[in-house]
Design a protein around this ligand. Sequence first.
Ligand code: ADQ
Length: 490
Amino acid sequence: MARLVVVSNRVPVPKTRGAQAGGLAVALKEVLTPGAIWFGWSGRISADTSPVPAQVEARGVTYATLDLSKADYERFYVGFANSALWPLFHFRPSLVRFRREDYVGYREVNRTLAEALAKLLTPGDIVWVHDYHLIPLARYLREAGIQNRIGFFLHIPFAPPSVLQTLPPVGELLADLCQYDLVGFQTREHARDFRDSCERLLAARVDGDRIAFGGRVTRAEAHPIGIDAEPFERDAIRASRSADTQRLAESLHGRALAIGVDRLDYSKGLPNRFDAYARLLGQYPEHLQKVSFLQIAARSREDVVAYRELARELDRLAGDMNGRFAEFDWTPLRYITRAAPRRTLAGFYRMARVGVVTPLHDGMNLVAKEFVAAQDSKDPGVLVLSHFAGAAEELTEALLVNPYDPDQIADAMHRALTMKLDERRERHAALRAKVFSTTAERYAKLFLGSLRNGDGASSSAASPVGAALRKLAQTDWLNVEPQPARRRTR
Ligand code: ADQ
């Protein structure tokens, strides 16, 4: 079996400070078998960076990492990745802060990472690159002579061409993505937006899932990420008897618990959620003193201005709401800006009557799936879910809402709080079946299966469609500039 090489911005090196057991490490657990390599940034900023990766081995997997200089961190991570690409892909062009020097830094870090990685690769390795920080990586690997199969998975949404073209170097980035053999997205809609963008902004040839451009054929597919549902459910059952969960239960004095868990990020729709909860209490006074909302919003990316501003806005909104509705023996909103351990969250979800997941835009949103997995099937809570989370493409039995309409969220919360047991069970059974079948393990195996077996550029001779597209793609598109968007012909 070919060796797997995973590349991500942050590498969760086991037993290092700040390493998280959650996230990508959970999703890839089953495919990271002994011999695999996980390569990327160490998460450290150093005055004395080395081009040779530090290596740590744990359970047969090699974790190879590079440090970044302060200037690279500012331009690559804070600048282009999180102040330009993140808001752009989340449909917030007005928050995009594009600086040419950031973009140059972004590309330089990708080149440095690719050159270091190229030295670790052997022919036959399968390379799986994750997320928006590393879009140009395949281009620089190809320039270093790497012909291996390389796949890319975008964890966040992809924007349609009309939004994308506001980013000056969009043509170059789309051309970079066409250097991968397979580009995976959370939803069919994001994959379609990518194909449309290639067609309209690069004048690439698109046939079904395949995109021919610059002498290569790339496939764009939807691969929705999942969770490790069974272990998460077990954790929830165990945690529901833990001291923390018992303390939370006692503090509620029989009130219903509504819960929201997010990173503190403007894509997660937190101001609208707070507004919606205030409207619930204002318009449905029967819930006054009968419900408590626990919002856990872990602070993140505090080096980015927009995140600091959001944190201040939320402090103010939370204060206003509690000032307006609280009684001496009831605080309607409990607002915590620290991360909580996974297991603790699992126990809290199980106790909650309503899970409120209302991002304005989200690649998938795993909290929605974790909430479903944690419920007690005999007496389940209800999920209120944004239409604009990738999870809504699958979790259609949730109460789906438009997160831009706080009244709609308030109505859905009311409906969830008053829903009869039969309907709760019926909805939960359908959601549970989906969450337990589209797991993290399945996601990783399907993506890698497609990357191994697909007929991308390196095997296109075996496929008549691939061969024909490859022929069409023999144009030299280096230094490509974005083309003005044309009217769609389909
Ligand atoms: P995130 O934006 O970080 O990830 P999400 O999927 O909601 O978003 O959460 C990822 C993990 O972080 C989950 O396991 C969740 O439990 C945990 N988490 C979130 N808030 C937390 C908190 N306050 N305390 C502790 N843990 C918390 C990106 C994309 C998403 C996509 C994921 C995975 O933005 O759309 O679902 O990657 O692909």
